[in-house]
Design a protein around this ligand. Structure first.
Ligand SMILES: Nc1ncnc2c1ncn2[C@@H]1O[C@H](COP(=O)(O)OP(=O)(O)O)[C@@H](O)[C@H]1O
Ligand SMILES: [Mg+2]
Length: 511
C-alpha cells in the first residue's frame, strides 16, 4: 500500500471518465466531436474578425467508424501550438481569461482527438495556415495519455488551397442517426444562434446541406474583463496576492480586479485595517482573510457588461421562426445584464405559439443556448428547464401539468451569455442552477408569457363572441316567426323584423 500511490494524468482520468466530456455513447461521441470542432472554428473566426465559413464532412469507414473533417476559414493556429492544442488535455487560450466564448475549459478538441485515438487507434490530423504568405502545416498528433502530452507523428509542409484556416480530421467509433439530438438538429440550431455563419455539411449517407449566412454582420465582439472582487474566494485571493506583479496592496486591488479604482481600493484597505502600501506577497493568511471580508463588505459597482454579446430580440425571433416555422404569435425578450458570483451574464428568451403542425396537448419544445452554442443533452438537469417548469404558465392561459413543461403548440428558446457559463459538467450540456440565473430566466419568460397571455385571452374573447353571435343568429328567424304569430304580422313585416334584428346584432358592441 505504502508504495502504490502515484500520480494520475488528466488524460488517464478522462479516459476512464469520458462521460464527463460527452463521450458516454457512440451517437453522442460523434455529435460531441463535431460540436467541439465547430465551436472552436466559430470562436477562432470571430476572434480574428472573420465571417465564418465552416465545412463539416462525415464519411463512413466500415462498421460504426467514421472520419470527421471540420474545416474553417479562421485565423489558423501557429505551428508551435498545434501539438499541445490537439495532444494535451486542458490546454487552451480561453480558460485564463474572462471573455464570452464557446469554449472555456481547454478540453474540447483534445478530448475528441483522444476518443478517436482510443476507439480507432488513429491519430488526429491537422492542417493549419495563418496567412497567404505562410506555409500550410500538416500534423499527425498522438496523445500519450500516461503523460498527457503530445507526440508528433508527422510534421510536414503541404499545399493547401486555403489562405488561412484550420482543418481537423478525427477518425472515431460512433453511430450516426437523424432526428432528435442529431448532428443536423445541432447544426440547424447553431445557425439560429449564429446567423452570420455559412455552413456546408455532408452527412455519412451522402446527403448535403448548404446554408448561406443570413447576415454579413459579425456579432459584437465581447470584451475581456477582469474578475469582480465580489466573486473571489479566499483561496484564490491568496493565490493572486502571491502571483501579482503589483508592489503594494492598493496597486494589487486596482490592477487585478474589475471596478476597483483608487478610492475603493483605499476603502477596502481601511475596512481590512491593512496599509495600502503593504507588500502583497507578505500578506499572511489571517490578513488575507481580513482583506477578503473587507472586500465583501465594501460597496463596489457591478462588473462591466461589455463582455457580453447578446443575440438580440430581433435575431432571436428570426431564429425561432427558422426552427418553429409558421406561428400565430411570437415574441422575444432580451434582459439587461445581471451578476452571479461576480460574473456578468445575460438572459434572452423567445417564444412562438400556435406553431403550425404542433399538437395542442403535447409538451412545448424547449431550445437552449449558452454563448450561442445549442445544448441538446441533459435537459432535465439544466437551470433553463427548471425555470420553464417552475413558472406558472396557467396564468397565461396554457395547460401546465405540475413538474413538467407547459403544453400547447409552443416553442420556447432561451439563451444565456456569460464570460463564464457555469456548466454542470465539462461536457457543457446543462447550466447550473444559481439562484440569480434562475431568477433572470424566470423574469424573461414571465415577460414573454405575459404577452402570450394577452394574445390568448384576446383570441378566446373573440372566439367566445363569435360563438354567441352565431347562436343568436340561428334564433333570429324563430323570434321573427313567433312575432308574426303573436302580432299577426304580414309576410313583409316579418321579413323587416328579421332584418332589423340582424342589424341590431351586427351593430351590437358586445361582439
Ligand atoms: N479551428 C481553430 N482555429 C484556431 N484556433 C483553434 C482552433 N481549434 C482550437 N484552437 C485553439 O485551441 C485551443 C484549445 O481548444 P479546445 O481544446 O477546444 O479548448 P477551448 O475551446 O475550451 O479553449 C483553443 O483555446 C484555441 O486557442
Ligand atoms: Mg473548444
Amino acid at each position: 500500500m505504502a508504495t502504490r500511490q502515484r500520480e494520475i494524468s488528466v488524460a488517464e482520468f478522462f479516459t476512464k471518465n469520458r462521460h464527463l466530456l460527452g463521450f458516454d455513447n457512440p451517437k453522442k461521441a460523434l455529435l460531441t466531436t463535431v460540436k467541439e470542432a465547430v465551436d472552436n472554428a466559430l470562436d477562432a473566426c470571430e476572434e480574428g474578425g472573420i465571417l465564418p465559413e465552416v465545412f463539416v464532412e462525415i464519411t463512413p469507414e466500415g462498421q460504426d467508424r467514421f472520419k470527421v473533417v471540420i474545416e474553417d476559414n479562421g485565423p489558423g493556429i501557429v505551428k508551435s501550438q498545434i501539438p499541445r492544442i490537439f495532444g494535451k488535455l486542458l490546454y487552451g487560450s480561453k480558460f485564463h481569461r474572462l471573455k464570452q466564448s464557446r469554449g472555456q475549459q481547454g478540453i474540447g478538441i483534445s478530448a475528441a482527438a483522444m476518443y478517436g485515438q482510443l476507439t480507432t487507434g488513429t491519430s488526429c490530423r491537422i492542417i493549419s495556415r495563418t496567412g497567404p504568405k505562410r506555409p500550410a502545416h500538416y500534423f499527425e498528433i498522438h496523445i500519450d495519455t500516461k503523460r498527457n502530452a503530445p507526440e508528433v507523428v508527422k510534421d510536414e509542409v503541404v499545399e493547401w488551397n486555403r489562405e488561412h484556416g484550420t482543418r481537423v480530421e478525427i477518425h472515431l467509433e460512433g453511430i450516426f442517426q437523424r432526428g432528435r439530438r442529431s448532428i443536423e438538429e445541432y447544426l440547424e440550431q447553431v445557425l439560429i444562434a449564429n446567423p452570420h455563419v455559412t455552413l456546408h455539411y455532408k452527412a455519412p449517407d451522402g446527403q448535403e446541406m448548404y446554408r448561406k449566412r443570413a447576415t454579413e454582420i459579425l456579432p459584437i465582439e465581447a470584451a475581456e474583463i477582469k474578475p469582480h472582487p465580489h466573486g473571489i474566494e479566499l483561496g484564490l485571493l491568496m493565490q493572486m496576492l502571491k502571483a501579482t506583479r503589483a508592489r503594494n496592496l492598493k496597486g494589487f486591488l486596482t490592477t487585478e480586479f474589475a471596478r476597483v479604482g483608487p478610492t475603493i481600493a483605499e476603502t477596502i484597505c481601511a475596512n481590512a485595517k491593512l496599509p495600502p502600501t503593504a507588500r502583497p506577497s507578505r500578506i499572511a493568511r489571517q490578513e488575507a482573510d481580513a482583506l477578503y471580508r473587507a472586500v465583501r463588505k465594501t460597496k463596489i459597482p457591478r462588473p462591466p457588461t461589455n463582455c457580453l454579446s447578446p443575440i438580440g430580440e430581433e435575431l432571436m425571433l428570426a431564429g425561432l421562426k427558422r426552427v418553429a416555422g409558421k406561428a400565430e404569435f411570437s415574441t422575444a425578450v432580451s434582459r439587461n445584464p445581471a451578476v452571479y458570483r461576480g460574473n456578468p451574464f445575460l438572459v434572452e428568451a423567445a417564444l412562438a405559439w400556435g406553431v403550425e403542425g404542433r399538437d395542442a396537448d403535447s409538451p412545448a419544445d424547449l431550445v437552449r443556448f449558452a454563448n450561442r452554442v445549442p445544448l441538446q443533452y441533459q435537459q432535465a438537469g439544466c437551470a433553463i428547464t427548471k425555470a420553464v417548469v417552475g413558472l406558472n404558465w396557467r396564468a397565461y392561459g396554457l395547460t401546465h401539468p405540475r413538474t413538467a413543461l407547459p403544453q400547447g403548440p409552443l416553442v420556447i428558446a432561451v439563451h444565456i451569455a456569460s464570460a463564464w457559463v457555469p456548466f454542470t459538467s465539462e461536457s457543457k450540456e446543462a447550466i447550473a442552477s444559481y439562484p440569480e440565473i434562475l431568477k433572470e430566466i424566470r423574469l424573461a419568460l414571465q415577460e414573454c408569457g405575459r404577452r402570450l397571455g394577452i394574445h390568448i385571452r384576446k383570441k378566446a374573447r373573440i372566439a367566445d363572441a363569435e360563438k354567441k353571435r352565431s347562436y343568436i343568429q340561428t334564433y333570429i328567424p324563430q323570434v321573427a316567426l313567433a312575432l308574426q304569430q303573436i302580432l299577426s304580422l304580414s309576410e313583409a313585416s316579418t321579413k323587416k323584423a328579421t332584418r332589423n334584428l340582424t342589424t341590431i346584432l351586427e351593430k351590437s358592441r358586445k361582439f
